[in-house]
Design a protein around this ligand. Structure first.
Ligand code: NAD
Length: 509
């Protein structure tokens, strides 16, 4: 199914302008940095990117702001984040509009992205009263050992197009309560939602009396990001994007002994065991594989199905794929919006051609849609491909809705296939066999940062730490104790005796 009527670029421009007006952003037009929409593939506004001088000024101002912010009590810092959360609630619909216009997400997913931002603000406000250090038993009489957590410095947040607002909030809400200043370099593909988030945070800072300089936005392409990567005043670079980007950023930050938090590509898999509840599994698989048009880092890309049920699973998936409504993401009945660019569609077609040359069989989908109506946009049917083995194409992340279906005979074989890719972000198993589920979650099971049972690979909650291993970069963001990446710890030894006792019973003098 395809919704054949799409909004025009003029409609979308007007809708974006209305949302920005409500939020208080005056669109700074006149430069050569384009805001565009994947819904029609056309440009919306000509903005101005940050210059080298702007970047230098932002880093210096953020560093100065940090020196004050770090001594503001954490619960007071939490007040800024609480107000931000309230403003996000107030403007949820406008913000979701901008996400749909710039990233092409369907309405319910765009609203979900803003809800995730509200949730992380709530989490961070609570955290502002829970930045706990431990007290450690000392080996010496009359001594106390303690661990103290201090703010780290300026955090450079570099983010990707597919979660254009939520990733910023995971980092920013937590970094701000931790006492850091934040400089945000969003994806060059999503400047409007970034302007909106920045404006709301500035309003929150004004209203609660926090220094506005604790947050700076720098629009621009990777060259702006590179300045943050190389500047020693940026204590932590939190970079979300492709593994290619992480390979460039990680070593450069390490070369100056800075810290990096890398959230990179995934190649996520689900195992479907013979005992699986197939109704549950099919629903979970289709959402994880075709949702967000396959453009989530946690998108399901490989399905590893037990041979005995493979035909039944494939038949049901094929039927579901044939019914997916594709088209205008603002239309409430649409489930699959556009890919971000025609370049992304080219990469998808290239992967499909390669996998077919390697023996893969397309079972459903793969046709381009709406080409005549919007030739600059990239609408496509999600694709299901049966493969006999995990070839090099299957082991890569193609950021598009391709689901490769593999079969297995034993759980050991399934887990080996599952882990035999360079990435290690998200994973799941559908099974009603508790032993199988536990093996999958054990040290010898999934090697990913996220491992689920009877649920798909995507759609994580903010309460858990989010991130993955291997080529996914090793970072953890959002909930649990991910906040520790945004602070530095100090070990304190306090002697309240009158004698100096040396550790390890050393005598001296
Ligand atoms: P991308 O790598 O093209 O760009 C991401 C960001 O990095 C952009 O802001 C870009 O300007 C910047 N950048 C690129 N090269 C840089 C460099 N050398 N130095 C500094 N900055 C640089 O990614 P994308 O196409 O926007 O997003 C899709 C990718 O992001 C996918 O691989 C997806 O899996 C990944 N992703 C991962 C997560 C996660 O949490 N693991 C979340 C979302 C997206």
């Amino acid at each position: 199914m395809t919704s054949t009527t799409l909004p025009t670029t003029d409609d979308l421009r007007a809708r974006a302008r209305t949302a920005l007006d409500h939020i208080g952003v005056a669109v700074p037009e006149g430069g050569d940095f384009q805001a565009r929409t994947p819904i029609t593939g056309e440009n919306l506004f000509a903005l101005t990117a940050a210059s080298e001088t702007d970047t230098e000024e932002a880093i210096a101002a953020s560093h100065t702001a940090f020196l004050t912010w770090r001594t503001t009590p954490a619960p007071r810092r939490g007040e800024l984040v609480r107000r931000l959360g309230e403003l996000l609630r107030e403007h949820k619909s406008d913000l979701a509009d901008l996400v749909t216009i710039e990233a092409g997400k369907i309405r319910s997913e765009a609203l979900g992205e803003i809800q995730e931002m509200i949730d992380i603000c709530d989490f961070a406000v609570g955290l502002s009263r829970q930045l706990y250090g431990r007290t450690i038993a000392s080996e010496r009489p009359g001594h106390r050992l303690a661990e103290t957590w201090h703010p780290l410095g300026v955090v450079g947040v570099i983010s990707a197009f597919n979660f254009p607002a939520a990733v910023w909030s995971w980092n920013t809400a937590v970094a701000l309560v931790c006492g850091d200043a934040v400089i945000w370099k969003p994806s060059e593909l999503t400047p409007l939602i970034s302007l909106a988030c920045d404006r709301l945070l500035a309003r929150a800072a004004d209203e609660v009396g926090s220094p506005g300089e604790v947050h700076r936005l720098l629009l621009g392409d990777r060259t702006v990001g590179e300045k943050l990567v190389d500047d020693p005043r940026v204590a932590l670079v939190s970079a979300t994007g492709s593994t290619r980007m992480g390979r460039e950023v990680g070593p450069r930050v390490a070369a100056r002994f800075g810290r990096s938090l890398l959230e990179l590509g995934g190649n996520n898999a689900t195992i479907v065991a013979p005992s699986a509840d197939l109704d549950l599994a099919i629903q979970g698989i289709v959402f994880a594989a075709a949702g967000t048009a396959g453009q989530r880092c946690t998108t399901l890309r490989r399905l590893i199905v037990h041979r005995d049920i493979a035909d039944a699973v494939v038949e049901r998936l094929t039927a579901a794929y044939q019914k997916l409504p594709i088209g205008d993401p603002f239309d409430e009945t649409t489930l699959v919006g556009p890919l971000i660019t025609t370049t992304a569609l080219d990469a998808m077609n290239d992967a499909l051609a390669r996998v077919q040359a390697q023996g893969g069989k397309v079972l459903a989908g793969g046709n381009r849609r709406l080409t005549e109506a919007v030739p600059s946009a990239a609408y496509t049917e999600p694709v299901l491909v049966r493969v006999d083995e995990q070839t090099d194409v299957v082991r890569e992340e193609t950021f598009a809705p391709i689901l490769y279906v593999l079969t297995y005979d034993t759980l050991d074989e399934a887990i080996a296939l599952h882990n035999d890719v360079p990435q290690g972000l998200s994973s799941s198993i559908f099974t009603r066999d508790q032993q199988e589920a536990e093996i999958f979650l054990s040290a010898a099971g999934s090697d990913c940062g996220i491992a689920n049972v009877n649920i798909g690979t995507s759609g994580a909650e903010i309460g858990g730490a989010f991130g993955g291993e291997k080529d996914t970069g090793g970072g953890r963001e959002s909930g649990s104790d991910a906040w520790k990446s945004y602070m530095r710890s100090a070990t304190n030894t306090i002697n309240y005796f009158t004698e100096l006792a040396l550790a390890q019973e050393v005598s001296f003098l």
